[in-house]
Design a protein around this ligand. Structure first.
Ligand code: NDP
Ligand code: 8X3
Length: 251
């Protein structure tokens, strides 16, 4: 029987690429995100390969999270794999200049949103004593870099939640693991710099950054291991990057 995977943040970047690879590998897909038009475009594309369902909600809105996940039709109601991917950085400023709305967004989306979605899905995994949760962290959850302050804090929280989840769900045979990418060329920097496309593209200039498909490929690898194999924590850099602040650029 086909397994069902729910992906948050499937409208772009890592989430979208993950949906594409999982659809081609015989998983049923639930695509989540706020941008409805992108959800329906991707639904159309992926329906050539598998069954697809879309849910449009903001992960910050806890009622909407529960309502949407509880509204899934029977054919999609059993979620075998949850990919907690929705998230972004908002701003890159020293703490003393930080924008409080940016702080709220990062804590509310990257941390609380991930918790709400998990809370809505974990009970059914506990009942079945099976399931797989993949949390998309970041190297920002393993180290702190200048001006990264609150984004780094949000991803350190994801790292802690990932480890805590794995411990608490261990009695139920549920797999839990995190993937922590370095620089991936997606819309991430455009969001971080509030639509400043030049500043965003500069981040990836002069190096072979990771592409969303590289991380999607790894997510597929992690999910498709034999069930007794749980990849718990994985850091993935582009070869040109050695840490958040050490990047070899040819410019
Ligand atoms: P993108 O900006 O391309 O994608 C972010 C996704 O998150 C979008 O699909 C967006 O959908 C969704 N999202 C954002 N806010 C919300 C919200 N409030 N409610 C629901 N969905 C939301 O970035 P990436 O693909 O790069 O980012 C995916 C994950 O990877 C994030 O958690 C990010 O922190 C992490 N990451 C990224 C790295 C990078 O260098 N790119 C490196 C390390 C980690 P929509 O706007 O339609 O709601
Ligand atoms: C995204 C990578 O280096 O901007 O999480 O924190 S970084």
């Amino acid at each position: 029987m086909k397994k069902t995977v729910l992906i948050t943040g499937a409208t772009s970047g890592i989430g979208k690429a993950t949906a594409q690879i999982m659809a081609k590998n015989d998983y049923k897909i639930i695509l989540c995100g706020r941008r409805k038009e992108r959800l329906s475009e991707l639904e159309k594309e992926l329906s050539a390969f598998t069954e697809v369902y879309t849910l449009s909600f903001d992960v910050r809105d806890k009622e909407a999270v529960f309502e949407n996940i509880n509204s899934l039709p029977a054919e999609f109601a059993q979620i075998d794999v949850l990919i907690n991917n929705a998230g972004n950085a908002h701003g890159l400023d020293p703490i003393q200049n930080g924008n409080i709305d940016d702080w709220d967004a990062m804590i509310d989306i990257n941390v609380k949103g991930l918790l709400y979605v998990s809370k809505a899905i974990i009970p059914q995994m506990i009942e079945r004593k099976a399931g797989h949760i993949i949390n998309i962290g970041s190297i920002a959850g393993k180290e702190v870099y200048p001006n990264g302050n609150v984004y780094c804090a949000s991803k350190h929280a994801v790292d802690a939640i990932n480890n805590g989840m794995r411990m608490d769900l261990n009695p139920y045979g549920i797999r839990v693991g995190a993937i922590h990418p370095g620089m991936v060329e997606t819309e991430f920097s455009e969001v971080r710099f509030k639509g400043d496309a030049d500043r965003a593209s500069n981040v990836y200039k002069g190096l072979d950054a990771l592409q969303a498909e590289d991380i999607a490929d790894i997510i597929h690898f992690v999910v498709s291991r034999k069930y007794h194999v749980n990849i718990a924590d994985l850091i993935v850099y582009p070869t040109a990057q050695a840490s958040a602040t050490i990047v070899k650029k040819n410019i």
